[in-house]
Structures are given as C-alpha cells and as structure tokens.
Design a protein around this ligand. Sequence first.
Ligand code: FAD
Length: 382
Amino acid sequence: MRHRIAVVGGGPAGLAFARVMHRHGHRVTVLERDSSPHARPPGGTLDLHAGLGRLALDKAGVLAEFTALSRPEGQAMRILATDGTVLRDWRPRPDDLANPEIDRGQLRDLLLGPLDVRWGHAVTRVEPGTAEGTVVHGADGRREAFDLVVGADGAWSRVRPAVSPVTPHYTGVTAVETSLDDIDTRHPGLARLVGDGSLAVYGVNRSLVAQRSSGGHVRVYAQFRAPLDHRPAGTVTDPAGVEAVRSELLALFEGWAEPVRELLRHGAAFTRRPLHVLPVAHTWTHVRGVTLLGDAAHLMPPLGAGANLALLEGAELADSLAESLAADPADPTGLDAAVRAFEERMWARAARWAARTAAGLERLVSPDPAAAVALFDEVQPS
Ligand SMILES: Cc1cc2nc3c(=O)[nH]c(=O)nc-3n(C[C@H](O)[C@H](O)[C@H](O)COP(=O)(O)OP(=O)(O)OC[C@H]3O[C@@H](n4cnc5c(N)ncnc54)[C@H](O)[C@@H]3O)c2cc1C
C-alpha cells in the first residue's frame, strides 16, 4: 500500500523533507503558494551549521554540491561601535568550515533538484480525522485527502490551527531590510566596510547589520524597538515611500558614524518586518494525520538557527517515516508512531534553541550595546 503524504510549503523544511523522502524512494506531494521558484526575491544568506543544516544536506545527498557553492569566508564578522571604532574583526582561517554561508536561492535550487512541486497552490486549511484522511483545502477551492499532511508553511502557517490554537506574538523588535547590488563596483567604500561576511553595529535599543551574499549583493538590516502599530509591515518600492522610510531610518541612526549610515542611503526598496515568535517550548497534543516542521512549529528570532532547524527536522522526519515504511509498508499505525516520536525529539531540541535565541535578541537589541558584543565573544568559533 502506498501512503499519500503531502507537505505544505516549499521552504527549507518542506524541501528537505521531500528531498530526503525522494532519496528513500518515496513520493511526496509538495504544495507551495508561490507561483514559481522565482516568484519573489529569495532573501539573503544563511549560515549552515555542522550537526544541523549541513547534516540535513548530507541526508539529502547534496552536501558536496553545497560545499562547492558555499562561502566559508562569509563567516567573517566585524563589529563597530556607533562612532565607527572597530571593536571586533574576526576572519575565519581558510580551513575553518564551522558555519559556511550560502545564498537562500542557491539552497532552494539545490534542494529542488528532481522534486516535482505544485507551484501556485496556496492552502487555506487542513482538516484531519475525516473518513478520507486529512483533507487539504486550497485557495482555488480544490480539496484533496492524504494519510499525512506535514505543515512546513512558515510563521503564519495555515496547517498549524489543525493541531494548535497558538499564534505568533510580537517580540517588541522590528527589522527593516534593504539591499545593495553590485557593491564592489558601485560602492567600493561600503564593500570594504562590510568585508567578506557580516558587519554589525550595536547602539542603544537598535542595531545595523549588513551581510554579504554572493555576486556583490549585500542585505542591510536595521533593527530597533518599536510598538507593533508603529508603521505597516511589508515592502515599499514607490519612490516617495522609499524616501520616507530612508529618512525615518537616518533619523533613528542620527549621530552614528557616517560610513555606517551610508548603508541606508542606496537601497531601492525597504521591507518592514516586525519580529514575531511562537512561545518558547510550543508543543501540542498529537493529532493523527498532521504534523508541523520549522517556523510553523517553533518560530523564533532570526539568530542563525531557524533555517538550520527547519532543514534538519525535514530530513529527520523523512528518515523516520522511511524507516517505518521499510519495516511494514502496510501499517498506518507505524507511520503515526514515527510522527509522534519525531515530534517529541523536535520539541525538545527546538525549545532549547527558542530559549537561546529569545535571550540573544534581548541582548542584541538592548539598552546595553556591550551585551551584544559579549554575546558574539561567547559564540565566536575559536
Ligand atoms: C531576515 C532573516 C534572516 C534569517 N537568517 C537566518 C540564518 O542566517 N540562519 C538560519 O538558520 N535562519 C535564519 N532565519 C530564519 C529562517 O529564515 C527560517 O527559520 C526558515 O526559513 C524557516 O523555514 P521553513 O521552511 O520552516 O519556513 P519558510 O522559510 O517560511 O518557508 C515556508 C514556505 O511555505 C510557503 N507557504 C506559506 N504559506 C503557505 C500556504 N498557505 N500554502 C502553501 N504554501 C505556503 C511559503 O511560500 C514558503 O515557501 C532568518 C530569518 C529572517 C527573517
């Protein structure tokens, strides 16, 4: 008997799950809201840790391709005081492969490989426990039943309500993101300032971080404490709107060294992202026929863990299901037991990371900028 398995969401969690299932010889239906892989900019750079994201890529059989694409030099980290004084200037040794960086788009393409994704398929809700199994409802009115639906649809998951009533809450910190293209030729001074990896400047209750991706692309993140209703979330691209956000940010970072403020002067669009999280140690009573992975299960502050956990969870769930299917392909209770056991492992690990990243955000955007530098010293690879 072939089990009908769907994953909602083609981000790191969903694609890692589908790709590892594919490697084990099992077909999974991938339902993705985006109309194509290139429907929106894929985002910046991700550092993938050994034992987390890189372990998942190994399970997916794409570690060698990752190693060829990744940028170990992207681990470099420079921290400045708001007056421009260099506080830390850490560069990896050539053999230092602790957390190499990869562009999010490259990672997605790597995982997509042979997978067949149903693009443009937005899920509105899932309904477990029907006579047909778990029914997935699409925005186009389509409904389809599966034995197992894996919700890997991110922060505002439409699958989550089938297992948990909990919704994300605001951390009190908002990030506004912009980017610079072709920085080495168009802004050589800023290129030198950012270096090969990341530049971070921490002030009182605010920070500016710039991160280099491949091809001379740099993402700049301004983070600060603000009420949730401060300004609407989303992307601004119209010239008047862009200039209004730019002025707001330049005022917020008034008095900071001019080369640092310069990072805000060139972006052609700004995206405002109030940072939301799920409660630390979010769990739910197991529901047969549906589970969650990644941000859908444990949204946490963006401090270098979320994509790593999402990838590993996708790979681990796939391994567990494949093992259960190999033991007895006709036994649906085996599949359910594998999901239950996986959930327990995921919850325990995610709770540790959620606590760590929540504490990290408090220190990175805090009244005491020295706390942020101290955090870097604690986690810096030796
Ligand atoms: C600015 C920023 C920087 C970050 N940097 C890092 C980092 O360096 N390292 C790290 O480990 N983590 C980082 N993170 C966190 C990381 O991006 C997330 O934790 C990770 O992307 C979660 O993966 P996911 O697959 O669970 O969800 P997502 O990446 O959100 O993917 C969800 C997918 O589901 C699709 N989807 C959503 N709703 C539906 C629906 N209703 N129907 C069908 N499809 C749907 C979406 O289109 C998307 O493709 C960062 C986050 C941010 C915001």
